[in-house]
Design a protein around this ligand. Structure first.
Ligand SMILES: C[S@@+](CC[C@H](N)C(=O)[O-])C[C@H]1O[C@@H](n2cnc3c(N)ncnc32)[C@H](O)[C@@H]1O
Length: 206
């Protein structure tokens, strides 16, 4: 991680009075607890603040106002806190690690966030591959949480949710982008150096 990102992360923690700046491996945190998810997971690292804001700026304002934001692999909750500064209907994080989930829960309770525009912010402890994604329009954020096979399963769960609406996928560090790009329901909407934004405008399925 470049020094500038590390110091931006520390600044974020000071300003919001939280703890999110760390690099941690699930195998060191919860090896017995996360089961098979641990084999497919990347490490924990908070999203670079400027990258998150730049990627979210690529999603149209009317889509944000209609959508639930889902952070797939929410870690310590940095992206959830940043997303709560936008007028989403709801902000939800899914995290498989019990230790990271606990830190995120505490961070969400204590964060100083004067620019908050969404007050319904939650975190659940679950495996994002098997989770039941919320119905309706979604903006799904992935900061490279896992490998290609896990991404494919999670994409299936996202696409088959009840009362399917539009799905925006924001993929930071899109190392397995071929999984999304080979699914012809998704088209690329925008791209910057740190990541890609995809959209699926599929009409409601029920
Ligand atoms: C690179 S971190 C991203 C943290 C957070 N999204 C952020 O941007 O600050 C990836 C996270 O994905 C989580 N993760 C990996 N596999 C997962 C799974 N199957 N279900 C839920 N979370 C998972 C890891 O524990 C880790 O916290």
């Amino acid at each position: 991680m470049p020094n500038s990102e590390r110091s931006d992360g520390r600044r974020f923690d000071r300003e919001y009075a939280v703890t999110t700046q760390a690099i941690l491996f699930l195998s060191d945190l919860d090896p017995d607890d996360v089961g098979d998810a641990g084999y497919h997971a990347t490490h924990y690292e908070g999203v670079p603040v400027a990258d998150f804001r730049a990627l979210l700026a690529l999603v149209p304002a009317d889509a944000i106002a209609k959508s639930t934001f889902v952070d797939v692999g929410a870690g310590m909750g940095r992206a959830l806190i940043l997303a709560s500064e936008l007028p989403f209907r709801q902000v939800v994080g899914v995290e498989v690690s019990a230790s990271l989930y606990e830190v995120a829960r505490e961070n969400l309770e204590t964060a100083q966030c004067p620019l908050r525009r969404c007050n319904d912010v939650r975190i659940v402890r679950a495996d994002a591959r098997m989770w039941t994604y919320p119905p309706g329009d979604l903006v799904v954020f992935l900061y490279n949480p896992f490998d290609a096979s896990a991404l494919e399963i999670a994409l299936g769960a996202i696409s088959s949710r009840r009362r399917n609406g539009a799905t925006w996928l924001i993929y930071h560090t899109p190392v397995h982008r071929e999984i999304i790009e080979s699914d012809n329901r998704f088209r690329i909407a925008a791209e910057i150096s740190c990541g890609s934004v995809y959209v699926c405008d599929e009409p409601p399925s029920d």
